[in-house]
Design a protein around this ligand. Structure first.
Ligand SMILES: CC1=C(CCC(=O)O)c2cc3nc(cc4[nH]c(cc5[nH]c(cc1n2)c(C)c5CCC(=O)O)c(CCC(=O)O)c4C)C(CCC(=O)O)=C3C
Ligand SMILES: [Fe+2]
Length: 395
C-alpha cells in the first residue's frame, strides 16, 4: 500500500511481515499454507468467430431471451468481436506478479475463466500438475451475489470434479473474502471519480451529480445475496454497493468541498421483461435527473473490476448516447483495473487469509460501515435457483 494516501488504512498488518527467527533480516511474507493464487474471471471473446460460442457458454441453461442474445452479440461485433476483458485480466496478472515479486512474496499466480479460454478446468489441471495443493482464489467480482460469488464456487466444484474423474490430485480451494470495501479497491475509485469530474466542462463541474453503477440482477437474487441472516430487501449485494458509494461520495466531497447528490443505479439488465430486476437503469436515471434540472453526471461503475464490455458498451456507448440526446454532459470514472494499489490490496488479502488459516488473528482492512466480509461463505449464502455443488464454502 506504499503509494496510497489512505487516511484510515493501517500499514499491512504486522503479522504479515513478522520477523521469523529473531533479529535477522525481516523474513519474507508468508502465504503458507497456500501454494498458488488463481485469478478467476468471466472470460470474453477475442475475435468475431468467438462471439456466438462465447454467448452460448454464458447462457447455457439460463433462459435468456434470444432477442437479448442477438442484441448482446451486436455489442461485441461493434468492437470487432473482441471483449476487452481478457487483455485486462492479463494486465492484472502482470500487476499481481510484479507486486508479489517486489514484496518478496513467492506465490505463483494462475488465471482461468468461466466462459472462455483459458478455461478454469484447464488451469486447475495445470495447477495440479505443478504440484500445488492449496489454492487461494481471487474472483474478479468484489461483491456478494449468485453470479459474482456462488456461481464461481460452482465453477470451481465442477473443475475439481473433472480433475477427480481424470484421476488427478485435486487441490483444496479457498476463496478470498469480498474486497469491495478494501482501501486498495476503494481509493483508486475515489481518484478516478475526481479525474472524471475534472473531465467535465468547468461550468457544470460544481453542479455534477454522481451515479454509481453496477450490474442489475434479478430482485430475487439481490434479496437472497450474502449470508442468510442478511437476506432481505436488496440483501448484501445492494448493502455492499451502498456502503462503497457512500464512502466514495464522502471522499469526493472532502476532496472538492462540494456536497453532491448521488445514487446507486443499475445497468446491463438481462432476462425476461416480466421478471423484476434491480432499478433504476442508468439511462432512465439520466433522463430523470436531466428533467429535474441536473447540470451534469459522473458515472462511476463501482460494480466492476475492469473496463470490460459492460462498461465500454452499456456506459460509454449506450448511456453516453442517451446523455448526448438529452444534451446532458457526462463523464465516466475508470474502474480499478490493474492499478498497483489493487495489486497490493490482493497481496494484503492473501497474507491476511494465510495468517488466519495458520490460526493467527490478522488485521483486516476495510472502509465503510459494514466491516470486513466473511472468509468462508456460510450455508445458504447467495443461493442458486437450481442447487449445484459448490466449492470453497460451507455448502
Ligand atoms: C453480477 C454480475 C456481474 C458482475 C460480477 C462479475 O464480474 O462476475 C457480471 C459481469 C459480467 N457479465 C458479462 C457478460 C454477460 N453477462 C450476461 C448475463 C448476466 N450477467 C449477470 C450478472 C452479472 N454479470 C446476470 C444475472 C446475467 C443473466 C444471466 C445469468 O443469470 O447468468 C451475459 C449474457 C447476455 C446478457 O444477458 O447480457 C453476458 C454476455 C461480463 C463480460 C464482459 C465482457 O465480455 O467484457 C462480465 C464481467
Ligand atoms: Fe453479466
Amino acid at each position: 500500500m506504499s503509494d496510497q494516501p489512505a487516511p484510515s488504512h493501517p500499514a499491512p498488518a504486522a503479522e504479515h511481515t513478522a520477523v521469523r527467527g529473531g533479529a535477522g533480516p525481516a523474513a519474507l511474507p508468508d502465504a503458507g499454507p497456500y501454494d498458488a493464487l488463481l485469478l478467476l474471471s468471466f472470460g470474453g471473446p477475442e475475435g468475431p468467430d468467438d462471439v456466438v460460442p462465447f454467448l452460448e457458454n454464458v447462457t447455457r441453461g439460463r433462459g435468456i431471451p434470444r432477442e437479448r442474445l442477438k442484441e448482446v452479440g451486436r455489442h461485441y461485433f461493434l468492437f470487432g468481436g473482441v471483449s476487452p476483458i481478457n487483455a485486462q485480466n492479463r494486465e492484472l496478472l502482470h500487476a499481481l506478479r510484479k507486486d508479489f515479486a517486489e514484496a518478496g512474496l513467492d506465490l505463483p499466480v494462475y488465471w482461468g475463466n468461466r466462459n472462455w479460454a483459458p478455461y478454469l478446468t484447464d488451469t486447475l489441471r495445470e495447477i495440479s500438475a505443478a504440484g500445488h495443493r492449496r489454492v487461494l482464489v481471487l474472483a474478479t467480482s468484489a461483491y456478494a451475489s449468485y453470479s459474482g460469488c456462488r456461481q464461481y464456487r460452482e465453477n470451481l466444484a465442477a473443475a475439481m470434479s473433472a480433475l477427480a474423474d481424470e484421476g488427478r490430485p485435486v487441490p483444496r480451494v479457498d476463496k478470498l473474502r469480498h474486497y469491495f470495501n478494501h482501501p486498495g479497491f476503494v481509493q483508486p475509485m475515489v481518484d478516478a471519480t475526481l479525474t472524471a469530474l475534472a473531465e467535465l466542462p468547468a461550468g457544470v463541474r460544481e453542479g455534477a451529480r454522481l451515479a454509481f453503477t453496477t450490474h442489475s440482477i434479478p430482485v430475487s437474487a439481490a434479496d437472497t445475496s450474502g449470508p442468510v441472516a442478511g437476506h432481505g430487501s436488496g440483501g448484501a449485494y445492494v448493502a455492499q454497493h451502498m456502503d462503497v458509494a457512500r464512502v466514495v461520495a464522502e471522499a469526493v466531497r472532502q476532496a472538492t468541498g462540494v456536497e453532491r447528490p448521488w445514487e446507486l443505479v443499475y445497468q446491463s439488465r438481462s432476462g425476461a421483461p416480466h421478471i423484476p430486476w434491480l432499478e433504476p437503469d442508468i439511462c432512465d436515471h439520466l433522463e430523470e435527473v436531466h428533467a429535474a434540472g441536473a447540470q451534469a453526471v459522473v458515472m462511476v461503475p463501482i460494480g466492476f473490476v475492469s473496463d470490460h464490455m459492460e462498461v465500454k458498451y452499456d456506459l460509454d456507448t449506450e448511456a453516453a448516447a442517451k446523455a448526448a440526446e438529452l444534451g446532458l454532459p457526462v463523464s465516466r470514472a475508470a474502474t480499478v483495473g490493474a492499478d498497483p494499489r489493487f495489486a497490493a490490496a490482493v497481496r494484503d488479502l492473501v497474507l491476511e487469509r494465510a495468517a488466519a488459516e495458520r490460526g493467527r488473528t490478522p488485521e483486516r482492512c476495510a472502509l465503510g460501515a459494514l466491516g470486513p466480509s466473511h472468509d468462508v461463505c456460510p450455508a445458504g449464502c447467495c443461493p442458486a435457483r437450481t442447487p449445484a455443488p459448490a466449492a470453497a464454502g460451507t455448502d
